[in-house]
Design a protein around this ligand. Structure first.
Ligand code: AHM
Length: 327
């Protein structure tokens, strides 16, 4: 077996091929990779440390905070700050964005949006969780303070996005707008190694992924679509960790849906931290991502940090096939 390219080597090689990839941008991706290794280590031995269970608080998005959410959040922010390459971060776990004010960071042109530990309610029962990130260029001049508008950007303005899946193996998958590549963590050498070059989602697939328990809360159109899936005996698969459900969808084809419900009339998932980054990845892999009104997620205006959205994301033919059921 030949030697595999490491994430660092891949980033450096790509940096020379891409105009937009300055050294700073590549360094930022590398630091996300380093932080992911540490989160991975902690997630792996969470049961041995006193970091399972709830923290006792509710975050800005209204979710119960797990101890590991806080741990992953603090760690990611610390690494992004120490990278000296990022001007600030908005996290699903924080009410507001964080501006890095030290002299190494304040003039940087990139900002990061992050869901440090997606699906964390699954962690206590040893089910896969993930980290999701998106990188944007700031809008405000690098000499000024960061503004809220630096973060309220549509998905199409992302310069990179990706996720880390802490699953049966740990994978980092990312795009810089030139296809999608996946790296599997090799514990023996402590490196992410290229294992899934140029990932492509099948154009169509037999899996559909949705929380079927909300059936009665969905619109009539979504209910009809689900009835049709059942009539065709399609495979229903739902982990309840978006990263894991979307990763399976990329690998096998099919569709992941989190439509509006009565309890979540705007959808549950967060535009900045979950929907936009994963939409960028899936589009780059050849798939589609829309909301349940048929609008492309990446084109939707973002007016608040914790804006929620419905989402239908997956193989192009599956997503196109759902359009006729939407209002
Ligand atoms: P979290 O950020 O609190 O972990 O919530 C996000 C998760 C997603 O990973 C997943 O797709 C969804 O919530 C599951 O929601 P539900 O339990 O309503 O099906």
């Amino acid at each position: 077996m030949g030697r595999r390219i490491t994430l660092d080597e891949f980033i450096v090689e790509n940096q020379t091929q891409q105009d937009q990839a300055s050294g700073a941008f590549s360094g930022l991706l590398r630091h996300i990779g380093i932080a992911a290794k540490i989160v991975n280590r902690i997630v792996n031995k969470a049961g041995l440390m006193d970091i399972l269970g709830v923290d006792g608080n509710v975050n800005s998005s209204g979710d119960t905070v797990q101890k590991l959410d806080i741990y992953a959040n603090d760690l990611m922010i610390e690494y992004l700050q120490n990278s000296g390459l990022c001007a600030g971060v908005a996290s699903e776990e924080l009410d507001s964005f964080v501006s890095f004010t030290n002299k190494f960071n304040r003039n940087n042109k990139y900002i990061v949006v992050i869901d440090p530990l997606d699906g964390s309610s699954n962690i206590d029962v040893n089910i896969s969780v993930g980290t999701i990130f998106g990188i944007y260029q700031r809008i405000s001049p690098a000499t000024d303070e960061l503004q809220l508008t630096d973060f309220l950007q549509k998905g199409i303005h992302q310069v990179a996005a990706g996720y880390v899946l802490y699953g049966t193996s740990t994978m980092l998958v990312y795009t810089t707008g030139d296809g999608v590549n996946g790296f599997t963590y090799d514990r023996g050498i402590g490196e992410f190694c290229l294992s899934h070059p140029d990932m492509k989602i099948p154009q169509t697939g037999n899996n559909y992924s949705i929380n079927q328990g909300y059936y009665k809360q969905f619109s009539e159109g979504i209910q009809q679509y689900l009835d049709e899936c059942a009539d065709k005996s399609m495979m229903q698969r739902y982990i309840g960790s978006m990263v894991a459900d979307v990763h399976r969808t990329i690998c096998l084809g099919g569709v992941f849906l989190y439509p509006r419900t009565i309890n979540n009339p705007n959808g549950k998932l967060r535009m900045l931290y979950e929907c936009s980054p994963l939409s960028f990845v899936i589009e780059q892999a050849g798939g589609l991502s829309i909301n349940d009104q048929g609008m492309r997620i990446m084109d939707i205006e973002v007016s608040e940090l914790h804006q929620r959205s419905s989402i239908i994301i997956g193989s192009s033919k599956n997503v196109e096939g759902i359009l006729k059921y939407l209002e």
